[in-house]
Design a protein around this ligand. Structure first.
Ligand code: HEM
Length: 541
């Protein structure tokens, strides 16, 4: 952003001085002189910022960087043309580096991409609170995700995390498996009914569903029950307003991405006041989500006052801790609702995509599910954490999907003050890029078959292993690591495994279009563009 105030003040002062002491040199009226001086100063600043500083002065200049690119816009056109994280995946593989790559984006604004476990650990662990969330993130998604734990910094973050953590301990997550399983079985039973009812008379497109439609409603219901003690019944009701709101917001048109880029350069108040459909969608969506959270909290408080204090959902844990003001709790719940459902839904879409691409894996997975888990038709069957955790191939398929298709393909930090990474100076304000999608597929970390879908890498003698054969746990960045890693990781893994087990146990799944060509859609999470339509055949179970 140009230094608006200094430019305005100095131009005003210069135009007044000129008019007073040397009117013969003034190019026009005071106002014309002011604008001319302001414009000249702006051009001087832009030349410095876009050309001189990044090309000749910046301490980041010596770092390895991608070749080519525009002289004033760096790699921006490549970044805009490809899905989030994909150019970084290429650069990490191709550019020799020591943990850092520099590239430039719009108007040559600099970025530092972290490329190995050492630099990732430094930023995410030892210097976690020195590299903070960029302010423009908060502006863009804060309205929907809430300004809760996801955006808190320093001591405030530490305290919030400590108070929410009990809800995510394994001891607690373990008790949620029956909820995950019951919603998973509800999903597939309703899918089964829906495809029978929808069967068209001419037989075309029979038994076809759109994956995200079901996965997204299932994960919204799950976070509702397990997170807040309320069933949103999105699976039951496809027109559920909350579900439609999230769909609208998380599946933005391409124009929204340009708005996001504009947010880096133009004041947010200006962008927000533009009469754009996207602005209305976000405002209305945000109001509905906020109100839903307020209602949930009020209802929960009444239940707790009446003695229902033994409930163990996230909201109950937060309320019992007594450390959140009501409005702050609304923000926390907004975070859990959004962060906790679209991400897992996106993982489900990628898993089903991989199952269609790899029918052999699908068959092997189904064999394991049928041999180790009760049928989804058995309404009385109880499922435990151990039942799901003992399905080692299922765990491996989930891990491998999360590795190859990290739903949060890319996220960022900004240096809060002058810093170093791996001994290299990083000036205050530098944007640091964390690209889970790229790290997870790095040949340097995973070997030559890094891009292959190989669930076996997560098995040792048929039993799940921890690192998938990679040396460092920082090679798997889907949930990040360190004090700001995904707090819902255990929740998500369990939920994902249940949903996938129920789906693959119940249906043989293939692409509706045998020649389906994948295009990736980027947003807050990445997923198949235009959805993923698959054909289902119910199997005996
Ligand atoms: C496959 C599913 C999921 C993925 C891939 C995922 C990924 C992530 C990532 C990458 C972050 C860090 C973002 C950043 O700092 O830039 C994050 C943070 C977070 N996630 Fe998840 N997430 C998933 C599921 C969930 C679930 C189910 C919940 C809640 C029930 C959840 C709640 C959160 C919260 C609250 C944070 C902020 C943590 C903090 O800053 O301390 N996530 N997640």
């Amino acid at each position: 952003m140009p230094p608006k105030l200094p430019i305005l003040v100095s131009s005003a002062a210069a135009s007044m001085l000129l008019a007073h002491y040397a009117p013969a040199y003034a190019p026009g009226s005071r106002l014309q002189t002011f604008f001319l001086i302001a414009f000249t100063e702006f051009i001087a600043w832009a030349t410095w910022r876009v050309i001189i500083y990044p090309n000749f002065i910046s301490p980041l200049k010596g770092l390895p960087e991608p070749s080519g690119g525009s002289w004033w816009n760096g790699q921006a056109s490549i970044i805009m043309a490809q899905p989030s994280g994909h150019p970084m995946r290429e650069w990490i593989g191709a550019i020799p580096n020591d943990g850092l790559i520099r590239y430039t984006n719009w108007f040559n604004s600099e970025r530092v991409l972290l490329t190995n476990p050492k630099t990732l650990a430094e930023v995410l662990s030892s210097k976690n609170y020195e590299f903070i969330k960029p302010a423009h993130f908060l502006d863009i998604i804060g309205k929907i995700l809430g300004i809760g734990i996801l955006f808190a910094e320093g001591d405030e973050h530490r305290t919030q995390r400590k108070n929410l953590m009990p809800a995510f301990s394994y001891r607690h997550i373990k008790d949620l498996y029956p909820v995950f399983w019951s919603k998973s079985t509800e999903m597939v039973e309703r899918m089964s009914t829906a495809i029978q009812e929808d069967f068209p008379r001419d037989g075309s497109a029979a038994n076809v569903v759109e994956v995200s439609d079901w996965s997204s409603r299932a994960t919204l219901d799950i976070i509702g029950v397990a997170g807040m003690g309320r069933d949103f019944e999105a699976l039951k009701n496809p027109d559920n307003e909350l579900s439609k709101t999230y769909k609208n917001i998380f599946h933005p048109p391409k124009s929204a991405r340009y708005l996001q880029v504009a947010g880096m350069f133009l004041p947010r108040w200006f962008l927000k006041s533009l009469p754009l459909k996207r602005n209305d969608e976000i405002s209305e969506g945000s109001a509905l989500i906020k109100q839903t959270c307020r209602d949930l909290i009020a209802a929960k408080k009444i239940r707790m006052e009446k003695g229902g204090a033994d409930e163990t959902d996230i909201l109950s844990v937060a309320l019992k801790s007594g450390s959140f003001e009501d409005e702050n709790l609304v923000s926390q719940m907004m975070t859990f609702l959004a962060a906790g459902h679209e991400t897992t839904s996106s993982s489900m879409q990628w898993a089903i995509y991989m199952m269609c691409r790899h029918p052999d894996v699908q068959t092997r997975l189904r064999d394991e599910i049928h041999s180790k888990l009760p049928s989804v038709r058995d309404a009385q069957a109880q499922i435990t954490a151990a039942d799901i955790d003992n399905c080692h191939y299922l765990q491996a398929v989930c891990k491998e999907t999360l590795r190859l298709w990290a739903p949060v393909a890319l996220t960022m930090r900004v240096a809060a003050q002058d810093e170093t990474i791996n001994g290299h100076p990083i000036p205050k304000g530098t944007l640091v890029v964390l690209a889970p999608l790229a790290i997870n597929c790095s040949k340097h970390l995973w070997g030559d078959d890094a891009m292959d879908f190989k669930p076996e890498r997560w098995l040792t003698d048929g039993v799940s292993n921890k690192n998938g054969g990679a040396e460092s746990n920082y090679s798997f960045m889907t949930f990040l690591h360190g004090p700001r890693s995904c707090i819902g990781q255990g929740f998500a893994n369990a939920e994902f495994a249940c949903l996938l087990a129920a789906w693959i146990g119940k249906f043989e799944t293939e692409f509706e279009d045998k020649d389906y060509v994948l295009e990736v859609k980027s947003g807050i999470t990445s997923r198949p563009k235009n959805g993923l339509r698959v054909k289902l055949t119910e199997v005996e179970w």
